[in-house]
Design a protein around this ligand. Structure first.
Ligand code: MN
Length: 241
């Protein structure tokens, strides 16, 4: 039995190969899974749990099927699917976790995050995050008709693409001081996160003690995932095309 971690699939109707890759990951690769952690940006966009479009229903069915295989599913919201709510969690049988959750993984304390809050150099993004994570902003948006929300999500996405295109590369990566600070705050030596689409294992010493930060990757051309069991943690990949 093993524990799996995925993030940044950005599932969207326009990329059916990624949905297919997820289905085969669940059936074949993760067939020994006991627990699956989804660390954000599972959906390319999520405009509300009341979305009953054909594609949203398909993804709800996939999520529900994981639980019906006897796998426990935990979900941390990312910057694309921050509108995922308790209604979806209840309907699909997964548990929503706060960003920054410490879990015990085979005897080790591990901190789980989406990762966007670690990119502190991107002030403009952190400002935007504050707005969209505000419960009253979310309530106002959820009160809008679904088609209007869909248009809004598309608009936000194109704005974010054009803003990000002008930012230097390092601004969109994590800040090492922030990483060390948060790992110290939660008293962990291991951190797993996604968001930056820079899959890697970073080992570093802090206060003379070894720490590791595992970064999941996206599913654009390869499906990146982490598998952990009694033996340790591994960052692995599959072809998605
Ligand atoms: Mn993200």
């Amino acid at each position: 039995m093993a524990t799996y971690f995925i993030s940044d699939l950005h599932l969207s109707e326009s990329r059916p190969n990624i949905t297919a890759a997820l289905e085969s990951f669940l059936e074949e690769t993760a067939s020994d899974a006991q627990t699956l952690y989804i660390l954000g940006d599972f959906f390319d966009a999520w405009i509300g749990d009341d979305d009953s479009s054909e594609f949203a229903e398909k993804l709800k069915n996939i999520l529900s099927s994981i639980k019906s295989r006897g796998i426990k599913v935990f979900f941390i919201r990312g910057n694309r699917d921050f509108m995922v709510g308790e209604a979806l969690a209840n309907a699909c049988g997964f548990t929503l976790l706060e960003d920054e959750t410490v879990v015990e993984l085979y005897g080790k304390r591990v901190l789980l995050m989406h990762g966007d809050t670690l990119c502190t150099a991107d002030k403009e993004y952190q400002q935007f995050r504050k707005m969209v994570r505000n419960p009253s902003w979310q309530q106002q948006v959820l009160a809008l008709p679904i088609n209007q929300r869909r248009a809004m999500a598309a608009d936000l996405r194109s704005k974010s693409l054009s803003m990000n295109a002008m930012k230097p590369e390092d601004i969109m990566d994590v800040d090492q001081i922030e990483v060390a600070t948060i790992m110290d705050e939660y008293r962990v030596k291991v951190l797993i996160h996604g968001h930056t689409h820079r899959p890697a294992r970073h080992d570093f010493d802090e206060k003379g003690k070894p720490h590791s930060r595992w970064v999941l990757g996206d599913w654009h051309s390869k499906a990146h995932y982490i598998r952990a069991d009694e033996e340790g943690i591994e960052l692995l990949q599959l072809k998605t095309a």
